[in-house]
Design a protein around this ligand. Structure first.
Ligand code: TXA
Ligand code: MG
Length: 358
């Protein structure tokens, strides 16, 4: 789908206490758009998705066109009932059942061998399929009304941070898709964990809210793709999408690691030098430190210990830097333990792995 489509934008509640009759009607209409081959952006508990019928090759082509995304980058198929896994996977191994029990509906995607009915357009030509059962009430309703199988990448233009709020979807997708369901802020703020169950031991291809430790409690040994935190690895990442420079703000982003005094001194000195050279400067910090920073734009992700808050605010902080035309950005470094692994993975990708130790 190119540009100049008339995009209907509808506000809906997060559905935590059910949907009104009017909202049901909107969701039903959205489902009909999907069933007839159109595209609808919708909220999930991770980030907003750009949905089309996963079993319709034309819909998959439209998704790639709307995002400006290379078509060798496979899409995640979203379902709304665990039993539908068997409809799109050639086989459902026992591990899949165990992690579905433990983490679905929720922010976890599993890779399985695909069934014949899933078109190669949806899987980027691979013989495997990525499947997720999201927990967001609007997502579940839309999948149900849309025929049960919705292919949905994040609803950003290729190369931009994933949208965590409806207004970012509108910024990127207005005029390119049929409908946007604006359900407020996405809760988690980073994309789902992806685990590949076609290899032994199972391997995490993208870290997320469901951590390696949580998965290994259910599955036993779980590997992690080495390229996730190591930018110098010569190996290609196994999730095709992870090889692209993703989540990138337009300005140059540098991650600064060290004691808080050294980090603040370094960032303030660099920002002052940059400003003298005519750059517009930005610093991304935390509650504990943000008062010490001096730059054109200073933004706070939340308390250092509060990984949920840091994750939830990271992409909007990066988008804010773009909105304010910041050309030089400095960001604090975070622990890569637990959920921090997902935070650092996205931040490292946004920074093209540029880390300064002070
Ligand atoms: O939280 C999420 O997963 C969000 C929401 C909308 O559900 N979706 C999302 O989709 O992040 P996307 O398309 O932006 O990222 C999907 C990632 C890509 O890196 C892609 O390469 C990988 O999943 N992927 C999809 N199918 C795969 C497969 N069969 N094998 C390996 N990687 C796959
Ligand atoms: Mg994405």
């Amino acid at each position: 789908m190119g540009e100049n489509v008339n995009t209907i934008i509808e506000k809906i509640s997060d559905g935590s206490s059910g949907f009104s009759g009017k909202e049901e009607e909107i969701l039903r209409r959205a489902g009909n758009i999907i069933k007839s081959g159109g595209l609808v952006a919708f909220p999930t508990e991770t980030v907003y998705g750009l949905g089309g019928d996963a079993l319709n090759r034309e819909s998959a082509r439209r998704i790639y066109a709307a995002k400006g995304r290379p078509s060798d980058n496979p899409l995640i198929v979203h379902i709304c009932r665990v039993q539908d896994l068997g409809e799109i996977a050639a086989e459902v191994p026992e591990e899949a059942v165990r992690i579905a029990d433990a983490f679905w509906p929720g922010p976890l995607t599993m890779i399985l061998k695909k069934a014949d009915r899933v078109p190669g357009e949806t899987t980027g030509g691979l013989d495997t399929v990525a499947v997720r059962f999201p927990s967001h009430p609007a997502a579940r309703k839309l999948i149900q009304y849309g025929g049960g199988f919705i292919a949905a990448p994040s609803a950003n233009l290729s190369g931009k941070p994933s949208p965590t709020e409806g207004r970012y979807v509108t910024e990127d997708m207005n005029g390119r898709i049929n409908m946007i369901l604006d359900g407020g802020a996405a809760g988690i703020g980073l994309e789902s964990t992806i685990i590949d169950l076609t290899v032994t031991p199972p391997q995490i291809l993208r870290p997320g809210y469901v951590t390696q430790m949580m998965l290994s409690r259910v599955l036993g040994e779980v590997d992690i793709d080495v390229t996730i935190l190591d930018g110098s690895s010569a190996q290609a990442p196994r999730a095709p999408g992870m090889k692209y420079r993703h989540y990138a703000p337009r300005g140059d982003l540098v991650i600064v690691e060290g004691t808080s005094e050294h980090v603040a001194a370094y960032m303030n000195r660099k920002a002052a030098e940059d400003a003298r050279a005519g750059e517009r400067t930005g610093i991304i910090g935390t509650k504990e430190t943000v008062g010490q920073y001096r730059a054109d734009v200073v933004t706070c992700l939340g308390a250092r210990k509060d990984q949920d808050s840091i994750a939830r605010n990271l992409y909007s902080a990066l988008r804010q830097m773009d909105d304010e035309n910041v050309t030089k950005i400095y960001c604090e470094c975070f622990t890569d333990r637990d959920f921090g692994q997902a935070i650092m993975n996205r931040l490292l990708k946004a920074a093209g792995h540029t880390v300064v130790r002070v």
